[in-house]
Design a protein around this ligand. Structure first.
Ligand SMILES: [Zn+2]
Length: 259
């Protein structure tokens, strides 16, 4: 088939699916609950394939063991753990971390580079885990493209469409309400796991400072707007100071090994 025609056909099919999605699901009931965990696992499979096509992962054995230590600590502070989480480290200068589907979290070496301690990364991951536990990615996608479209597109697994979805998940932000919710949960997870919730504000402030020198590439900040408001919220809600139990990792050595 002629390539242009094929592209046009794809666009038309997607448009039709989106229209159908809106027509059948114009109510705002808890639609994300209509995407089962099994379906989400299927989406994750496509999504991960796409991600690993675009980015290299680094020293998987080492990063796995480090991320496990951090996750173990954080999960000790979570009252529910809905997924079997995987935290992947991807090679990229982007200062970014994001939650995808089915408990798959991704963090770029560029963001790890900006952390000074394991507790700082734990704070970022607590925020991402909170997005996952609250199914924010599915909620967002359902809102953007409709539930029907999502399911149909996923089951078709068209690489062009999946690439668009990947872009949407990696770069598009959540609503302010979702960000607030993720920060609220992150504070709770961190406190319960004996990590000072202000580690999150510390990291925000540092990025804010750096932002002046490095306007490009701070994706985690640009996808998380209203930074000032969030710093204030976390500071006000961090609660009484807690005695932090350090995460036993040699952070500088780990960072060095990523180079
Ligand atoms: Zn967020």
């Amino acid at each position: 088939m002629n390539r242009n025609f094929r592209d046009l056909a794809i666009i038309l099919i997607v448009a039709l699916i989106i229209w159908a999605g809106f027509t059948y699901f114009s109510t705002t009931t808890e639609q994300q609950d209509l995407v089962s965990l099994e379906q989400e696992a299927e989406i994750a499979e496509f999504f991960n394939r796409q991600i690993f096509r675009e980015f290299d992962s680094v020293n998987v054995e080492l990063t796995d063991s480090i991320m496990n230590v951090i996750f173990e600590r954080l999960s000790s502070g979570m009252d529910t753990v809905s997924y079997e989480y995987d935290i992947y480290v991807l090679k990229s200068d982007q200062v970014n971390a994001f939650t995808a589907f089915n408990g798959q979290l991704f963090v770029f070496t560029g963001l790890i580079e900006q952390t000074e301690t394991a507790e700082e990364l734990a704070a970022v991951l607590a925020h991402e885990l909170a997005h996952a536990e609250n199914r924010h990615v599915i909620k967002n996608l359902v809102k953007e493209i409709g539930l029907n479209s999502l399911i149909l597109i996923i089951s078709g697994g068209d690489p062009v469409v999946m690439q668009e979805i990947t872009k949407l998940v990696v770069s598009s932000g959540f609503s302010r309400r979702m960000e607030r919710e993720a920060d609220e949960y992150a504070i709770k997870y961190l406190r319960e796991a004996n990590i000072n919730p202000n580690r999150l504000t510390q990291f925000f402030l540092k990025l804010k400072q750096k932002n002046k020198e490095l306007p490009e590439g701070l994706e985690w900040i640009s996808s998380h707007p209203a930074l000032k408001e969030r710093i204030q919220f976390v500071t006000e809600n961090a609660g009484d100071s807690i005695k932090e139990v350090p995460i036993k990792l040699n952070w500088d050595e780990f960072k060095y090994s990523l180079k």
